[in-house]
Design a protein around this ligand. Structure first.
Ligand code: ZN
Length: 361
């Protein structure tokens, strides 16, 4: 998702905020003004939303730090108006690890709620008569603030545990199913239930709450996308890079002129190239960079990307899938005994998946 602002990083995990979050703040201000709210009420509401989002960050850090403990890195945590998303660089392989990573998030909210329970007179407030309680709710006291933050954390923990994959409850369900079935089947069941709940959310949302419509779409598309990825990886798990790679690739030398590469793009179907000198891979020429430099009088070596990964022809295709679809590197040279053997990219990986899917069903 584009349009994120950096907030900093904790334990090597970047915290980013999506631009639509500012729309939420603007909407709160607008809504309060519309209802004749005072400066005090506007500031109270903004402070409350920010406090809830701090709790959401802590929730995501609960997932991320538990994952880190099991050797799974989290690249970033993104804050959206509907909640937070932690992006892991790989999937924890054992269902037991995944169970702990999943429940660590809601447990953070439970811990915050317990803490707030002890520092605010929650029972007293719950036992108030309706009118007294109403008086408290419309006052902008610090105590009131902590009380509704307590309720928000209880709600966050409960809402996240709804078994709508890819929400936490759905992930927990998938991990529990994975104890019995294989991961692909467990994901299929959890994602189907997630999409069913998303449709229910959509209908309820259309009638009562537009926010729920966004959450429904997020769940529906999330369940679809993740299920798709898991099913495709399942198709690839017993196959090697050699089966799917491109063999007849054009190589360029560092001192070749960019004109030579541009001519090759026009006359052939290849779009990315490997740069080799004396049998050693020096870099990768990406299509976008070639086009950007096509009208300049430059050499290949100034245009090529020199930070890249290579894979072996015997590597498992499943690991390549994660590398290509994470967007880290979309064209990967394949080596055999240290020498360039071919290359693999998203296009031919997709073709291979399509062929395997044809065989599997
Ligand atoms: Zn969570």
């Amino acid at each position: 998702m584009k349009g994120n602002f950096n907030l900093g990083s904790i334990s090597g995990i970047k915290i980013k905020i999506h631009w639509t979050f500012f729309l939420l703040i603007a909407w709160i201000v607008f809504d309060e003004l519309e209802r004749g709210g005072s400066t005090e009420s506007i500031l109270f509401n903004i402070a409350f939303v920010l406090a809830v989002f701090v709790c959401v960050v802590l929730h995501e850090l609960g997932h991320a730090l538990t994952a880190q403990y099991f050797g799974v890195k989290t690249e970033k945590i993104t804050l959206l108006p509907i909640g937070g998303v932690a992006s892991f660089d790989k999937i924890p392989e054992s269902p037991k690890q995944e169970i702990l990573i999943v429940i660590a998030g809601p447990l953070v909210n439970v811990a915050i709620a317990i803490l707030l329970y002890f520092i605010t007179p929650v029972n007293e407030l719950f036992n108030q008569s309706f009118t007294d309680a109403y008086d408290i709710f419309v006052s902008f006291s610090f105590q009131n603030f902590l009380f509704i933050l307590f309720i928000a954390n209880v709600a966050l923990a409960l809402f996240n545990m709804i078994p709508a994959f890819p929400m936490d409850g759905g992930r927990l369900l998938r991990a529990l199913l994975a104890l019995k079935f294989n991961r692909a089947k467990a994901t299929l069941i959890a994602a189907s239930l997630g999409q069913f709940i998303a449709v229910v959310f959509l209908l309820v949302g259309l009638l009562y709450n537009p926010f729920l419509v966004f959450i429904a779409l997020f769940i529906f598309l999330g369940a679809y996308g993740e299920n798709q990825a898991v099913q495709q990886m399942e198709l690839l798990k017993d196959h090697t890079v050699e089966e799917a790679m491109l063999l007849n690739i054009t190589r360029f030398k560092p001192k070749d002129s960019i004109d030579l590469v541009v001519n090759k793009i026009i006359s052939g179907t290849e779009t990315n190239f490997v740069v080799v000198e004396d049998g050693v891979i020096k870099g990768i020429l990406y299509h976008r960079k070639i086009i950007e430099n096509s009208n300049k009088d430059v050499l290949v070596e100034t245009v090529m990307d020199t930070t890249f990964k290579t894979v072996k022809h015997t590597d498992n295709l499943k690991s390549i899938y994660q590398l290509i679809y994470s967007g880290k590197q979309k064209y990967i040279p394949v080596v055999n005994n240290g020498e360039l053997f071919g290359a693999i990219d998203a296009t031919n990986l997709n073709e291979y998946i399509a062929l395997q899917a044809k065989l599997a069903y």
